[in-house]
Design a protein around this ligand. Structure first.
Ligand code: IPM
Ligand code: MG
Length: 359
């Protein structure tokens, strides 16, 4: 049966990188037997401009009836003066919440060809393969109360709340342990249990689940500040990392740089039933938008994750990932991953090269 993929380009470089991903999906449809329908929708600033809302009702309807969502990026200077509640980012956060996409998988894998593109020494990052699992619908991003209030002394006070309920910790823990079981059976849970009670509970629950249900997994715990340091000191000590919404946001940006460029990191955000939203972890990069310069590989690798997790097309997913490897081996680079002696290509040329490299 044909599967529907909602395609939400968003803002900044979003439309350019999504164009390349869509080109690839069309080729997979036409010549590799992939039975899909693509339907475009508005999100973020583009949606605000067209409808006044960052997540219009039509988009919500579209994503709810779809089997998977492919998203570009949201945000830009133009919408920054708007109140937080109606900014482009709220569209993305609303999608995550409405679809119940609590598990965000962010693999930081170094393609061997890019070992020199990282700002870290090649020996430190060569062979890097980390999976960061970020809780995505809870924690301080969604906790209440939140806001800015006026105090009696005439000052203002900004406040947010870090909350996690048992079931939220349990279900993300399970994703962490299950992922570890399929890999090196090593799970590192990241918290700040020495200071924050919410993450003390996080640690307790994860420890209990590990002991009771996953004795085979080598479970460790690390404070987030130490984890940030360890990620640049000796990143290959990690296999799977599981952490809360905000720590995952920060650590995944950090880890992306180990792989050469934030333009290389895909992500999958999954609900309890395998429905997912797929997006590069980078933002809308307004400074290079419209210049045909952005790296489309994070989005193309997100398509591979979409094929694997939501369409059960592991073989096609492998083909896409192999095509990326091949193109890098052939020396093609967008500017963000450029090294001496390699050939610079623009966004569109990179997309074409991936399609040409598909077996
Ligand atoms: C990410 C982004 C988003 C986040 C923004 C755009 C709201 O940084 O997906 O990592 O903070 O989750
Ligand atoms: Mg982020």
């Amino acid at each position: 049966m044909s599967k529907t993929i909602a395609v939400l380009p968003g803002d900044g470089i979003g439309p350019e990188i999504i164009t390349e991903a869509v080109k690839l999906l069309e080729v997979l449809k036409q010549s590799h037997g992939l039975d899909i329908q693509l339907e475009k929708g508005l999100i973020g600033g583009a949606a605000i401009d067209a409808t006044g809302k960052p997540l219009p009702d039509e988009t919500l309807e579209l994503v709810k009836k779809s089997d998977a969502v492919l998203l570009g990026a949201v945000g830009g200077a133009k919408w920054e003066p708007l109140p937080i509640a109606i900014r482009p980012e709220k569209g993305l956060l609303g999608l995550r919440a409405e679809l119940g996409l609590f598990a965000n998988l962010r693999p930081a894998i170094l393609f061997p060809e890019l070992a020199d593109a990282s700002t870290l020494k090649p020996a430190v990052v060569a062979g890097l393969d980390i999976l960061i699992i970020r809780e995505l619908t809870g924690g301080i991003y969604f906790g209440k109360p939140r806001g800015v209030r006026n105090l009696d002394n005439g000052e203002q006070q900004g406040f947010n709340t870090l909350v996690y309920d048992t079931h939220e910790i349990e279900r993300i823990a399970k994703v962490g342990f299950e992922s570890a079981m399929k890999r090196q059976k090593k799970l590192c849970s990241i918290d700040k249990a020495n200071v924050l009670e919410a993450t003390e509970l996080w640690r307790e629950i994860i420890t209990k689940i590990g002991k009771n249900d996953y004795p085979e997994v080598d479970l460790t715990h690390m404070y987030v500040d130490n984890a940030a340091m360890q990620l640049v000191r000796y990143p290959k000590q990690f296999d799977v990392m599981v952490t809360n919404n905000m720590f995952g946001d920060i650590l995944s940006d950090l880890a992306s740089q180990l792989t050469g460029s934030i333009g290389m990191l895909p992500s999958a955000s999954l609900d309890a039933n395998g429905k997912g939203m797929y997006e590069p972890i980078h933002g809308s990069a307004p400074d290079i938008a419209g210049q045909n310069k952005a790296n489309p590989l994070a989005t193309i690798l997100s398509v591979a994750m979409l094929l694997r997790y939501s369409l059960q097309q592991a073989e096609l997913a492998n083909k896409v990932e192999n095509a990326v490897s091949k193109v890098l081996q052939n020396g093609l680079r967008t500017v963000d991953i450029l090294q001496a002696g390699k050939t610079v290509v623009n966004t569109e040329e990179m997309g074409d090269a991936i399609i040409a490299a598909l077996d």
